[in-house]
Write a protein that binds this ligand. Structure first.
Ligand code: ADP
Ligand code: MG
Length: 499
């Protein structure tokens, strides 16, 4: 490869942590002015590699060339001086300072030895104009959205004359329209000759934004391709090291008797008279656009929100659901969309989270039985292949996929019969997704009734026995497995009824 056109070239980089070889002889290069995606499952070593580049970690071995020179990046300051900026997932922003102060922190323009505030603000305004970012530079950061804070970090990198900007999972907490804005800015940076390393677990984004992609697996660099030259399936194969011919595992479940039935459920706002039933062994998919009322419907079934009308039946008998306590008693489980906010206690251990919904099982009189807690949680960690150093690790340190498995384990432990999963695979990588699908199958095979709300069309077609489509609070269509097609579901999703 032509040496001069690379802005960055790593050779033989290795890094170990106690017990893990996080990077194993990695070669990686980035061309001037390209968007280079870095892909790989959780734990592949992407962040570690980037932290070495930005001076947060020291490499054990290997060389780094930047802009034609061999360099040693010993600290974040070194990286900045070289023209290498990194934007972490946890943004590095001072909430109490203004937007402009954040951009120029530590290097404010000065006049006669004092900060030239006027120049700082006009410079910041000019910078935002150039980048087409619409944000008041005099505003305090506190209260701004994550997307806006990210923009500030990008502006900061540009103002520091970065030649390479690293973005580690920048889109993981952005809404779709915010991602679109981010991509516009990335394209503008590329047009100005800035190279970008873009880490994401969303494959569609890799194909949308990147020129080339490098895949990492188990600390090794597996290969680099022009993004236009590979298919999604090939990329997945590189990432997980095996072919994903069966992205969706084969179903063996037998559909049995009706278990849960809803009759004319409404909340007086977003949900307007929803009725459906789900049977034992069945996976019932809920398709629809964001805002169609799917989550709201499920929240009423679970008792998290109040319903205005309607009845809920289990095994043909009407049940009373006034709160989540009632639904847990009736063996209804709800794996929420916001697992971080609702499904998990992040600061608590894996063990405590798993046993949370089934305390009666491990309680002896009034005391919690720690030994039982440990036994149960160890069993689930093993059965579900949850990757954690021990059952005592705080959940916040686990990857998204493993956090999701903890949520599911929690509900399995409670012996739930109806399991509602709201966007169960959002934000987790392909390997973990596959494991969640297998888990859904196992649950169905065990005779549970499963409801999956998902906005991922491929997923809902891949895992459901039957799909209900919602639009503006109503069920607009029912599609059986034999008639599954993206086309039919899309029609219903925009309110179309079959002629
Ligand atoms: P990725 O960003 O691709 O998900 P990471 O670079 O975060 O992967 O992690 C690679 C491996 O190194 C993992 O096994 C992770 O547990 C380990 N690791 C990362 N940072 C540390 C650290 N500070 N201490 C110990 N182990 C670490
Ligand atoms: Mg990472």
């Amino acid at each position: 490869m032509d040496h001069v056109e690379n802005i960055l070239s790593l050779k033989g980089v290795s890094k170990s942590f106690p017990g893990v070889k996080a990077l194993d002889n990695v070669d990686f290069s980035v061309r001037k002015g390209e968007v280079h995606a870095l892909a790989g499952e959780n734990g592949a070593g992407k962040s570690t590699l980037m932290k070495i580049l930005s001076g947060s970690y020291r490499k054990d071995e290997g060389t780094v060339e930047f802009d034609g020179r061999k360099v040693e990046v010993r600290s974040p300051k070194d990286a900045e001086n070289l023209g290498l900026s990194i934007i972490y997932q946890e943004l590095n922003i001072f909430q109490g300072l203004t937007v402009a102060e954040n951009i120029y922190v530590g290097r404010q323009p000065k006049k006669n030895g004092v900060v030239d505030w006027k120049k700082m603000y006009t410079d910041a305004e000019k910078l935002f104009d150039e980048l087409h970012i619409k944000l008041d530079v005099r505003k305090k950061v506190r209260g701004l959205s994550i997307a806006q804070q990210q923009m500030i970090e990008i502006a900061k990198a540009v103002s520091a004359h970065a030649k390479l900007v690293i973005m580690d999972e920048p889109t993981s907490s952005l809404a779709t329209h915010e991602t679109k804005l981010l991509f516009e800015i990335i394209n503008r940076l590329r047009d100005n000759g800035v190279a970008i390393i873009f880490i994401t677990h969303r494959l569609d984004e890799i194909f949308e934004i990147s020129d080339r992609v490098t895949v990492m697996r188990d600390g090794c660099s597996i290969g680099t391709c022009d993004t236009g030259d590979i298919t999604k399936a090939e990329l997945i194969t590189m990432m997980i090291g095996r072919e994903m011919t069966k992205q969706f595992p084969v179903r063996h479940a037998v559909i049995g008797e009706e278990l849960l039935r809803l009759d004319n459920i409404s909340d007086g706002k977003k949900v307007k008279g929803v009725s459906f039933a789900v049977a034992r062994g069945e996976v019932l998919g809920f398709a629809g656009l964001v805002g169609a009322g799917r989550t709201e419907t499920m929240r009423m079934v679970f008792g998290a929100d109040k319903r205005r009308t309607g009845k809920i039946f289990i095994n043909g008998k009407e049940i009373r659901i006034r709160s989540p306590k009632d639904s847990v008693k009736n063996k209804i489980a709800f794996v929420t969309e916001n697992r971080k906010e609702e499904g998990l206690l992040l600061a608590k251990s894996v063990r405590q989270n798993i046993v949370m919904a089934a305390l009666s099982k491990i309680r002896t009189k009034y005391l919690l039985n720690y030994k039982k807690e440990q036994e149960y949680s160890k069993k689930y960690i093993e059965d579900m292949n949850i990757s954690t150093p021990s059952e005592n690790k705080q959940v916040m340190f686990l990857s998204g996929g493993n956090q999701q498995k903890v949520v599911v384990a929690k509900w399995l432990m409670s012996d739930s019969e109806v399991i509602i999963l709201d966007e169960p695979t959002r934000g987790i990588d392909v390997g973990a997704k596959h494991e969640i699908y297998e888990l859904i199958n196992q649950l169905a095979e065990a005779g549970k009734a499963i409801i999956v709300v998902s906005s991922d069309m491929e997923e809902i077609l891949g895992i459901s026995d039957r799909i209900l489509v919602m639009y503006e609070g109503e069920i607009t269509g029912e599609v059986k497995r034999e008639e599954f097609s993206q086309h039919i579901i899309s029609e219903y999703q925009i309110g179309g009824k079959r002629s």
